[in-house]
Each structure stands twice: as C-alpha cells, then as structure tokens.
Write a protein that binds this ligand. Structure first.
Ligand code: BTN
Length: 255
C-alpha cells in the first residue's frame, strides 16, 4: 500500500524544497507542491524556471533509517520514479523517455524533468532528512533562449494536456515504491531499473565535467552506490560520484 503522503499545496512560494527544509518537524512523506516558484533551485546552483501553472513542482521529505547507506541512490531512484510516471500517464503519446546520469529525465536529448536531492541534519542530535525536489515541464509550448535548445515539455512532445493531479499521484506512488525498495536494501534492483531506462548507462560517449576538470570516455555501467563508471579515452576505468555529463556529438572530444 502507498504511504500516506501529506500533500500541502501552495499557490506561490520561493522554492518548495527551501520551504520543506524549514519544516524541521515534518513527518516523512510530507509533500509540498506549488503552482509557481519564484526562486526554484536546480542542481549545481542553477535556477529552475517555474512560472505559474506551467509544470509540476514538488518536494518530498524522506527520513531514512539511521543505519541507511547508499544515499546517493535516492537521486537515481527519483529519476526512475519520474520516468515511469511520465511513461504511465503519457502511454503511447510520450515515447523515447531517457535518463541522463544521475537524474535528468530527457526526451530526444531535451530535459523534461529535473531532480534536486538535498540532505539536511546529519548531526549527532538530528536524524538525516532527505528532500527530494522534482520539477516536471508539463504545459509549456515553448521556452525562452537558451532553454529552447535543451528543454522540452509534455505539451511540446505530445500536443496534449496532462491531468496534473493524476500525474502527481502516480509520481508519488512510484517514488514510494522505489524508496521502499531502497529501504529494504534492494540497491541492485534500483540500478538495474535505472539502467533499463537510460541510454547513458552503457556505451555512450560522454564528456564529464568534474570539479577538478573534464574527462571524456564511454559509459561502462552504474555501480551499486549509483556512481557512473566511465572508460576514459586513455583506457582507465573511473568511478564518477559527482559531475555533469554531456553527450559527445560525433567529432567532439577529438580536438
Ligand atoms: C535540476 O537542476 O535539474 C534540478 C531541478 C529541480 C527543480 C525542483 S522544482 C521543485 C523543487 N523545488 C526547487 O526549488 N527545486 C526542485
């Protein structure tokens, strides 16, 4: 049975994740949604564009068991949940859903959903809280430059509207399912499902931007902890724990 999400809907907020972070006593599975975010946050300190009524913005609070390990897999399981929910609700109208490591959900190499996983309070006195923020582009018919090159929406891809509440509920159900498997220690099942849904799991030529520089190579799978394995051009197998992945187009990376 799905866990009892407590959904709090707000018409406008700076960021659903920032708001949820301030609710220090909130119960696990508290979910904040908003019609509009004025300061939506993305990965790598990027802004997340969320104008009124254009997409789904939600943040969910998880409180993993004290002994839990493999927190970085939460990021991957959230992408699996989002991709599955889009696939279920979009059915044959929405094809070609992909995941770019670690958690961008793409269609035709353009981003339809982004995920920001943040951890709070890993101190002695405070139990770890994990805030999973998910933004899904639903109703946009176009994007301003430079997003036009890299973003897409359910409407652009299908020409049709999505029933937002049904989609939200499906997404929460999938998130609860995969989080439950994570709590049960079924890391391999999460990695397997992520790899089934992602063209980036194996054999993709990519460039990875790390804090320390750039690597190019071919993807060689996902480790049990969610790291990306990369076979570099010089033949080394590298484990990438954090970084920004970009697909290499033919000819790129050879200069
Ligand atoms: C990314 O950069 O791809 C992650 C984007 C995450 C955006 C969502 S929208 C709901 C939640 N609130 C935020 O401020 N960010 C996340």
């Amino acid at each position: 049975m799905a866990p009892p999400f407590q959904i709090i809907h707000l018409p406008i907020i700076d960021s659903t994740s920032t708001y949820l972070k301030s609710m220090t006593m909130a119960a696990e599975f508290t979910c904040i949604t908003a019609d509009e975010q004025t300061a939506g946050r993305g990965r790598q300190s990027n802004r997340w564009h969320s104008a009124r009524g254009e997409g789904l913005c939600l943040s969910v609070l998880l409180r993993p068991p004290a002994a839990a390990t493999g927190i970085s897999l939460i990021s991957l399981l959230a992408a699996v949940a989002t991709a599955e929910a889009l696939g279920d609700v979009g059915r044959e109208r929405l094809t070609g859903i992909d995941i770019k490591w670690p958690n961008d959900v793409l269609i035709g190499e353009r981003k339809i959903a982004g995920i920001l996983v943040e951890t709070v309070g890993y101190g002695v006195e405070e139990r770890l809280r994990v805030i999973v923020g998910i933004g899904v582009n639903l109703h946009q018919t176009s994007f301003p430059a430079p997003l036009a090159e890299t973003a897409t929406s359910f409407k652009i891809e299908t020409g049709s509207q999505i029933e937002v509440t049904a989609f939200r509920d499906r997404l929460l159900e999938r998130l609860a399912h995969w989080y439950g498997r994570w709590v049960d220690g079924q890391m391999a099942a999460i990695v397997r499902r992520w790899s089934e849904l992602s063209s980036y799991a194996l054999g993709k030529e990519v460039m990875v931007t790390l804090d320390s520089g750039r690597l190019t190579g071919r993807t060689a799978g996902i480790d049990e902890d969610g790291s990306l394995l990369l076979l570099t051009e010089s033949g080394q197998l590298r484990r990438i724990l954090a970084g920004e992945v970009a697909r290499l187009r033919v000819g790129e990376g050879q200069r």
